[in-house]
Design a protein around this ligand. Sequence first.
Ligand code: CTP
Length: 412
Amino acid sequence: MIKGKHIVLGITGGIAAYKSAILLRLLIKSGAEVQVVMTPAAKEFITPVTLSPLSGKPVVSDFFAANTGEWHSHVDLGLWADLMVIAPCTASTLGKMANGIADNMLVTTYLSAKEHVMVAPAMDLDMYASPSTQRNLATLAADGVEIIEAAEGELASHLVGKGRMAEPEEILKRVEAFFARKEDMKGMKVALTVGPTYEKIDPVRFIGNYSSGKMGFAIAEECAARGAEVVAVSGPVNAYPENPSIRIIKVESALEMEAAAKEEFKKADVGIFTAAVADYRPEVCADQKIKREATDEMTIRLVKNPDIALNVSKEKEKGQTFVGFALETQDGEANAQKKLEKKNLDMVVLNSLADKGAGFRTDTNKVTIITRDRNVAFPLKSKREVAADIVDMIMTHRAAADGVADEKNTAK
Ligand code: CTP
């Protein structure tokens, strides 16, 4: 994964700088080409003489080489690199990065960086916890910098707390994860329905269900991580996705969800119906809170809600892939096949409530993915892993559909 990748390793002046030599060795052993860029203060903690033989390249620290006058171009470094990792990153460098103070080669390189940037902060616990460091970290995170959080442990001051730089092995894992990220959905639009719907009985009561939206949002996160532009039409849930690029349209009832979904799904390449829509709603919603004394018994007359997946899929166009879910307690695969046909879907993700760990309010799920030509059963996995399986299946399905379309065009 890392082989042949170009990495700028930024090192700043902290005790943890000695660990940068270990990180550098790990990156080189994994096959990366690494250019070390140090701040002047870093040289007080570890010398370029240790680092340049490890990387096989002269260390860059100044804007130009004092003896030859050779200019070190931070712009060229930014173009060369696939990734920049700053480890350790001191409070001072975090502050400069967050505020664009380009007074050394490292921060200048950061400001010209087009590539992804990771920072591994390291400092004393009080410095780490200080409002200004936390504000700078939040600013950098909002700017798209990946923060490799400091760990808890004994610090150089012998105080114990949060501030230790993440271990080099841990940082290597983050680097591997970065290069393993697929970007196969770049340029695609994905729309989802997520969570439950609430159907009002009166101003304070509703009919709802236990859906948490976790599975839907795990799929939304996966698609966004793979480069898609994602919009989720979501019923009331407690937790939303972390990725700020995911657009959320908050709705309450099935009627509101249908109206928003009709708008969003027609613009999408992939539409995924994960919501647990209430099939019925009270015919009328009382204007005032229904009083207990009023009657001994009460009957609420329910009327059918629209089938959102069915109605939206009627408008499905060539090139769009629509996926539904089926929650079944018996005859799962047969019922899922029926839903696939009836709702004009390309794929149905079946989860059976009979399976332990599957369904609502859990962090795991066990699914069978059903298309017109095959059924694939997956073992119990985390919802995030299930999301990756679903997205893989969608992309395989789309590639196969494109292949068929190409064959037809060639035959003509
Ligand atoms: N669905 C929907 N609107 C509804 C009901 C279901 O969009 N009013 C979608 C769900 O999001 C899911 C699929 O249709 O993707 C199947 O949902 P499910 O509840 O399993 O099936 P129903 O069609 O409601 O059938 P039944 O409850 O009778 O099994």
